[in-house]
Design a protein around this ligand. Structure first.
Ligand SMILES: [Zn+2]
Length: 293
């Protein structure tokens, strides 16, 4: 019985100054690999499902699996909806028992973002569900892999969270975590990211909130550590895991093929779980969440 809210996880992370990884899943193999890593590392963890991944698996199929796995885990697990934009999807996630939801209104004008965030928090609070909101545009769509994405259409102001906006946002909403843009991007980086730690620290001081990094794949270890020192408490990590696992499966398939050895679908499943477990364990040690459960 270890399903917890994001708020509970963030409280401990804030006190002990570490970040909890939030890992998007879309099947049981991913859930098993991530939870095996969390139990190995004695780490709290956020099992996350992104609205944008609904075409891969319907929410009503994945939700009960995530929740059952969380309840049976030996470590605290929050079950979270990532980048909820559709009101109906967010409400359904709460209905299925998610302990946390993100409302992503970052693309909206500030006032509209505040208004919509308030609508969600009002319902979430009544149900004991945590809410993450977003301010500032984190580049590229969630899920990664969109290599044709053009970044030139954004200007600097859109890319980074405005600290003054963060103050106004905090004064007018009741959220539990805030996703901020300080130079990270979703997906795999096509050029070296420029992270604005001063801005991050300023937002932390103004909001006194657990801050969330999106686009946490592909940064060097030092950037993770510095981000956590500057106030990041939830770290979304997906693309590297998804890529590494596919690569590992491909390597194993080719290895067998070269030796005229048959591969079976259940082999792929076990290779994937093991590759995920290894990669996620590594991130938990970097994020400082290892040993905190
Ligand atoms: Zn994101």
């Amino acid at each position: 019985m270890s399903l917890v809210t994001l708020t509970e996880l963030m409280k401990d992370a804030e006190e002990k100054r570490y970040a909890v990884g939030a890992y998007n899943v879309m099947n049981l193999d991913m859930i098993r690999g991530i939870l095996a890593a969390a139990e190995d590392e004695k780490s709290p963890v956020i099992l996350s499902f992104a609205e944008v991944h609904i075409p891969y698996i319907p929410l009503e199929y994945i939700a009960p699996i995530m929740l059952e796995a969380a309840r049976n885990a030996k470590v605290p697990v929050a079950v979270h909806l990532d980048h909820g934009q559709d009101f109906e999807v967010i409400i359904r996630a709460m209905k299925y028992g998610f302990s946390s939801v993100m409302f992503d209104g970052a693309h909206l004008p500030l006032e509209e973002n505040i208004k919509k965030t308030l609508e969600i928090t009002k319902i979430a609070k009544a149900l004991g569900v945590s809410v993450e909101a977003e301010l500032g545009t984190i580049l590229r769509p969630e899920g990664g892999g969109d290599d044709d994405y053009v970044e030139e259409e954004y200007d600097e102001d859109d890319m980074y969270t405005n600290p003054e906006h963060a103050r106004i946002f905090m004064e007018n909403t009741e959220i539990d975590a805030l996703a901020v843009a300080f130079g990270t991007a979703h997906g795999v980086y096509t050029r070296e990211p420029v992270l604005d730690f001063n801005r991050l620290q300023e937002i932390k001081t103004i909001t006194n909130m657990p801050l969330v990094m999106h686009g946490g794949s592909g940064l060097d270890d030092k950037s993770y550590v510095k981000s956590i020192e500057s106030g990041i408490r939830k770290l979304n990590y997906y693309s590297t895991m998804a890529y590494e696992v596919a690569n590992e499966v491909l390597t194993k398939l080719s290895f067998n093929a070269k030796r005229n050895k048959k591969s079976y679908y259940h082999d792929i499943s076990m290779w994937a779980i093991e590759a995920i477990r290894k990669d996620i364990s590594r991130t938990m040690r970097i994020f400082g969440s290892a040993g905190k459960a």
